[in-house]
Design a protein around this ligand. Structure first.
Ligand code: SF4
Length: 496
């Protein structure tokens, strides 16, 4: 970081809030934005509405993402008029895409920064204040690996660790290569040092994060780097759970499956985007595997990890998709028996090659196919969850995962395979970050329920920290498959 990028500590304490949209990479980057602001002297705002600085970490993937952003910015315009000194910053993928257009459409925005220069946020806020003029700064390539920036982590028990950013693939529906650039890999030693630091801090679960995690190593010439990384995580004392998201079927090799099976703390869970079961559609999406290859990976994973929960992403209604193509997707879904699937209706995303393809399908056709896919997947998910009734599972207790917990007097958390479990703690004082074992009494389509007495309860340092004074507990735990406490997008970015 050069001298001009040094942030000046704020002299009078100012509060901030970061509003995050989109994928896990944005959740990860938001933790860095918060960390940078706190290092520069800002404090986290007690409420979202009272912040002196509001940062939007945007997503360019969702349909109408820009309308949503400009709508949110419009809501803030009168608030800002009433509150002199308030600042608004816009970062993330939409900022990288729209750049100065943002201050043209919303002149009350103070700072626009991109995906490659997250580190510049405090200095840009300072400069905007000093110059009393909006600052727009977008870098064309990564300046500082976001993982090396200070972070304000949301969870005491789970952490995201980025191993790479960007992607070398060119899926035609995806904006990521245009906005996040080509793949940049972090050195294994740096990744492991961060994992070790998190564990030393009490974290029990780490999710390795990248747009295409199993291509990891391409930049420094080691095709087996990802498998080696998983195995190295296995030797970190105190690290109980390792997850990763997302792998690309094209790069999925047997050494990764062997590393998953032979490393006890790697969770029996795999989130591997399918996108379509039709080989014709996969070609049109520029995804270089075929459905038979996809299914053979699943077979190999199940042979080594029989209890693995396998989840996926599927896009319905890609341009030119025929009923026959869609039937091929249903066939693969039936054969793969996914534990769950993130299903998406295709929508045109400006800036992606697929947006200009002919044969965009009518909304009604896409909707009808989508409903059929959801119904099939739901049946499969439910059957798989019912099969777990009577089993004892280990749950890492989470904060904020069970929306109805206070009404049902239950707590919630994730099993090792990523499934969401709601359980009754009885009289035990169980905290987020503690680990319990429970017997499953009911398998619902999207979660498991245990109303039996706890089989065991292990208090952890993460649990102590989660209830320590000054620690908020509205925390995020990586979720099932493509984890995020926030709205997850897919078919791009978040997933491969
Ligand atoms: S969908 Fe995933 S693999 Fe394809 S270009 Fe986007 S980030 Fe890369």
């Amino acid at each position: 970081m050069d001298a001009s990028c040094q942030a000046y500590p704020v002299t009078v304490s100012r509060s901030y809030t970061v509003r995050t949209y989109g994928c896990q990479m944005n959740v990860h980057d938001s933790e860095r934005m918060a960390g940078l602001l706190e290092e520069a002297g800002y404090t986290r705002s007690a409420t979202d509405d009272s912040a002196d600085v509001v940062v939007f970490n945007t997503c360019a993937v969702r349909e109408n993402a820009d309308n949503r952003l400009y709508g949110n910015l419009s809501h803030l315009a009168p608030v800002k008029r009433e509150r002199p000194g308030m600042q608004i910053a816009v970062g993330g993928c939409l900022a990288q895409k729209d750049r100065a257009e943002i201050v043209r459409r919303a002149p009350w925005v103070d700072v626009v920064f991109g995906t490659h220069n997250v580190h510049a946020l405090p200095v840009l806020l300072e400069r905007a204040r000093h110059n009393a003029a909006a600052q727009v700064e977008i870098a064309e390539s990564l300046e500082v690996f976001p993982s090396t920036l200070p972070a304000r982590r949301e969870s005491t028990y789970a952490g995201w660790v980025s191993i790479s950013v960007g992607c070398n693939n060119t899926c035609t529906f995806c904006i990521v290569p245009a906005l996040r650039g080509t793949e940049k890999d972090r050195r294994p030693g740096d990744v492991l040092a961060e994992v070790q630091a998190l564990v030393a801090d009490g974290v029990l679960e780490v999710t390795l994060l990248g747009q295409n995690v199993n291509a990891y190593g391409v930049e420094f010439g080691d095709r087996q780097a990802f498998a080696k990384l998983l195995r190295a995580c296995g030797s970190i004392d105190g690290l109980e759970r390792v997850r990763f998201t997302s792998p690309h079927p094209r790069d999925f090799t047997s050494d990764v499956i062997a590393a998953m099976a032979e490393t006890p703390n790697v969770c029996p869970q795999l989130h591997m985007p399918l996108q379509s079961g039709s080989d014709r559609m996969l070609r049109a999406m520029r995804r270089s595997y075929r459905s038979s290859r996809y299914l053979s990976i699943i077979d190999e994973v199940r042979a080594s990890l029989p209890d693995a929960a396998i989840t996926t992403d599927i896009i319905v209604g890609f341009p030119g998709e025929t009923e026959e193509d869609f039937q091929a997707t249903l066939d693969v879904v039936a054969a793969a028996r996914f534990a769950s699937a993130f299903t998406f209706q295709y929508s045109q995303r400006p800036g992606t090659p697929a947006a200009d393809l002919p044969d965009q399908l009518p909304k009604a056709v896409v909707q009808e196919r989508y409903m059929r896919l959801v119904a099939l997947q739901e049946e499969i998910s439910w059957a798989a969850n019912r099969a777990l009734e009577g089993r004892v599972v280990e749950v890492l207790v989470a904060a904020g995962e069970g929306k109805k917990d206070s009404a049902t007097h239950r707590l919630s958390g994730r099993a090792r395979d990523g499934r969401l479990v709601h359980f009754s703690p009885g009289d035990a004082h169980v905290r987020p970050g503690d680990v319990v074992e429970v017997e499953i009494s009911y398998g619902a389509p999207h979660h498991l329920v245990s109303d039996a007495a706890l089989r065991s309860h292990r208090r952890t340092r993460a649990g102590d920290a989660s209830v320590a004074p000054g620690r908020g507990t509205g925390l995020g735990l990586p979720g099932f498959g493509a984890p995020a406490p926030l709205p997850v997008t897919s078919g791009c970015g978040a997933t491969s």
